[in-house]
Design a protein. Structure first.
Length: 200
């Protein structure tokens, strides 16, 4: 039995932190998992910048409310979910994801949680599980699923490589070059066809 696991940011919706960096004119917040493979290091860096600028959860959520899925993403996801179960596995947080998931038609989402102080500032984060994407794929395999996956960043590579079939989507030239064994696509119809061709 097949199941599809997809990254969210960069694959289905724009990168939240890049949108927030542009809205606040803080270029340091443009760093994402495409730039920094160590997610803990990246999040601690972000939290430090938020604190430095006096920005809290509300300011981030206000920006997230203005973000729409990437063009064609919902249609791609709708068609895919008619064929096979789909789980979005993201390193984002429950406090961020709600409005975006609603705009995508409420697919199943596995993600993490932010720690928020009483005055609304981000003080830390709690990962659902270490190496959440790889761990989730292995767990699904352990209960009889054949996993097909796709993502765009460093933190998706372990998931993609563990899966029965995995694809890079809208990735960077550097990641594509470093992983010549992985198929990569930039358009949803091409990714959808590749997934369909991989179904049992």
């Amino acid at each position: 039995m097949d199941i599809v696991c997809l990254d969210m940011e960069g694959v289905l919706v724009p990168e939240i932190w890049i949108a927030f960096a542009e809205a606040t004119n803080i270029p340091e917040l443009r760093r994402t998992t495409r730039d920094e493979p160590d997610y803990g290091k990246l999040m601690n860096y972000r939290i430090g910048i938020l604190r430095e600028h006096g920005l809290g959860l509300k300011e981030i959520q206000d920006v997230i409310g203005t973000i729409d899925p990437l063009p064609g993403a919902k249609e791609f996801l709708d068609e895919l979910r008619d064929l096979v179960p789909v789980i979005i596995i993201s390193d984002t947080f429950t406090q961020f994801a709600g409005p975006l998931i609603k705009k995508l038609g409420n697919p199943t989402l596995f993600c993490n949680t932010l720690e928020i102080s009483d005055d609304g500032f981000v003080t830390g984060f709690k990962m659902r599980v270490q190496n959440s994407k790889l761990t989730t794929v292995k767990a699904l395999e352990s209960i009889g699923y054949d996993v097909i996956s796709s993502g765009d960043s460093f933190n998706d590579l372990a998931m993609i490589k563990e899966s029965k079939k995995g694809f890079l989507f809208k990735s960077t030239e550097a990641i594509i070059k470093d992983n010549p064994d992985l198929s990569h696509f930039d358009e949803y119809p091409d990714l959808l066809k590749a997934i369909k061709d991989s179904l049992s």
